[in-house]
Design a binder for this molecule. Structure first.
Ligand code: SF4
Ligand code: SF4
Length: 346
């Protein structure tokens, strides 16, 4: 469905009734990942911060020329994040003072059970059997729930595009994978800091590296279990939280985690027709108003509705997180009490 058609339907017929009406449907809990899927292992101990992966990504995805060239390594001194024209960035961290810096490449982690996909009620995101999470701009309605849902703050939006703004993120070079080619960044890396392969094999490789050089690596493969597991995996010599990777995410997959919170989405979406119908009626009365002005009015109404919807979802997510923590605490307390009782009895 085209974005305009969607907006028209919202205004005219109240599509709110047609979108999923349960938390389960909104959360897309059918995602289970693909056991034979591929992925990429990034070894931060090997990365030299040359930005060749960024340059390759730019070429492969036919992005605009960056403001500063890719051989300008001074940009590594700034903390950057991905944006609509940059699907991957390398950042520099200094986790231990007096020791060499650590470079970390960021992009979409291609979650096994992606939060972006579970938050998207028109199913614009797909977890493919290759392991890549891809996006279909043709069905996207621009609600940007995916951006709120992603625990790694990956999806970005073409705010500058007035007509058909899209969500943008790394696709693991999905079209190249289908042709049997490597992702552009993997192919370009001169230090083999990036390895492409079957996810299960990459985990074995990562484990072997940790076993063979325990002093070099933190004993953890980031992404093996985080948020239900990701197809992009990380090895590091420094604690992950010190190199920009969140360690507070837990192992629960996003659809499960956000199911309750996303129950709010259909309710919020249900309000859109009312708002948009209002705007439409006002516009109708003013026949003399130019078409551009009417579209602007609709855009403004949608923006306001979206802002409220985003706030509502953010609030609900926060509530769900607190409830989840409380439940965990209670379970731990119960287990401790039980253990203490057993000890007493013995
Ligand atoms: S990292 Fe974010 S954008 Fe990428 S698959 Fe996971 S939830 Fe989606
Ligand atoms: S190309 Fe390889 S070594 Fe260079 S910055 Fe990217 S991941 Fe690091």
């Amino acid at each position: 469905m085209e974005r305009r058609t969607f907006l028209k339907l919202l205004g005219g017929t109240g599509l709110g009734a047609a979108v999923p009406s349960t938390a389960k449907a909104a959360s897309g809990k059918e995602f289970t990942g693909y056991p034979d899927a591929s992925g990429v292992l990034f070894d931060a101990t090997k990365c030299i911060g040359c930005r060749k992966c960024e340059a390759a990504c730019n070429v492969v995805n036919e992005m605009p020329e960056p403001e500063r060239p890719f051989d300008d390594l001074k940009v590594l001194d700034e903390r950057r994040r991905t944006d609509f024209s940059t699907y991957t960035v390398v950042n520099k961290y200094s986790p231990v003072s007096g020791r060499p810096p650590v470079f970390v490449k960021n992009q979409c982690n291609h979650c096994q059970e992606p939060a972006c996909a579970s938050a998207c009620f028109v199913k614009a995101f797909t977890k493919t059997p290759t392991g890549a999470v891809i996006y279909n701009e043709k069905v996207c309605v621009g609600c940007r729930y995916c951006m709120i849902a992603c625990p790694f703050s990956v999806p970005t939006y073409e705010y500058h595009s007035a007509l058909n703004p899209r969500v943008r993120k790394c696709t693991m070079c999905h079209p190249r994978l289908l042709e049997g080619k490597l992702p552009g960044c993997v192919e370009a890396c001169p230090k083999e800091a990036l390895i492409f392969g079957k996810r299960s094999e990459l985990i074995k490789i990562a484990r072997r590296r940790i076993e063979n050089e325990p002093g070099k690596y933190v004993d953890h493969i980031y992404g093996e279990h985080e948020m239900g597991g990701t197809n992009w995996l990380y090895l590091s010599g420094a604690p992950f939280e010190k190199i920009g990777l969140r360690e507070d995410l837990g192992t629960t997959s996003a659809p499960e985690y956000t199911a309750g919170a996303l129950a709010a989405v259909p309710v919020v979406v249900g309000l859109w027709p009312v708002l948009l119908t209002g705007v439409y009626v006002v516009s109708k009365r003013k026949d003399r108003v130019a078409r551009e002005e009417r579209e602007e009015a609709v855009r403004e109404a949608v923006a306001k509705a979206e802002a409220r919807a985003e706030q509502r979802v953010a609030d609900e997510l926060k509530k769900a997180e607190t409830a989840h923590k409380r439940q965990l605490d209670a379970e731990i307390r119960k287990a401790l009490e039980k253990a203490a009782q057993q000890e007493k009895q013995e």
